[in-house]
Design a protein around this ligand. Sequence first.
Ligand code: AHM
Ligand code: MG
Length: 354
Amino acid sequence: MNDDAHETFETEATDFLRMETLEQFIIERQGSFPHSTGAFSRLLRDISVAGKIVNRDMRRAGLVDIAGATGEINVQGEVQQKMDALAHREFVRALKRGGECCLIGSEEHAEAIPIKANSGDGDGEYIVLLDPLDGSSNIEVNVSVGTIFSVYRLPDSSVPPSLDAALQAGIHQVAAGYIVYGSSTMLVYTTGQGVNGFTLEPSIGEFLLSHPNITTPATASSYSINEGNYNSFQRGLKEYIKWMQISDKESGRPYSTRYIGSFVSDFHRNLLKGGIYIYPATTKSPNGKLRLMYEANPLAYIVEQAGGRASDGVMRIMDKQPETLHQRTPLYIGSKDMVLMAEEFLSGNRLHTD
Ligand code: AHM
Ligand code: MG
């Protein structure tokens, strides 16, 4: 490298220091909400701190004994990974310590967890629902995984927080986000004013605004689905898949399949590049596999804010009234035109030959 090139590299290598930190961004946004108490900003900070801790632990997988199963079966009847349990513990701990959250619902815990604030200035006013570590069976093979979170306000502060308070439709979310632990670690969230993404700069331990105002393409040429389940898909979905596989220069078909098997990672790629992610009803999972409250709703909020669409094939995900904490739903999520097209096939109004 000559001197000039070296200098350019040095400048680029420290350029990130000019980027806005997550904390600065939150504080700036907070100023635009009248009567803001800062409680929500503190809640987001608590979530990001837990994310950093989980990230740190995950980066040691393979070196210390944190990969693999705990030997427990979780409430979903699925094998619990050690990292699932660890991530659950870290998020619960951070939210308890922070004092802004009054109730947690987690994939790794059968019941909702009420929290008594210890700050002395009253109980927290936010409900946080989360999948502490989505796609965790991928950790052992060094594939990206993620945390998904959804935030609601406690509807009535005169009533002690309970599961009933948490069972709100997705349209009532006040914020939603995810952290993807990939080749870099990113936190992406929305409060209903667009979607912003922050990349963790490991040397200073800060999330920096790397992806402001994320929008998702209206259409694209890749789809994400576990096609091994093809035989048990409903007819309309089989037709849609066949249609995506037919050669057609004008529409860029055949589309490509991209399936990581880690929802956050598949979603993140599709959000940035465009695409559709589908987890439909199957014989094994007649209501779909993914959970409405802490997987589908938060990512539906994000995708809609980025210009995309999320439905269960028939109705908008965020309009669904939840009945239980761990309720499952079929899910079609991603680029708007692709989800609309899937819905058209599912309604029976279109065949792959059309
Ligand atoms: P998890 O929350 O227990 O990790 O399960 C959800 C995961 C998603 O991340 C992923 O998209 C899906 O399950 C993969 O399921 P399958 O192996 O049936 O394709
Ligand atoms: Mg999950």
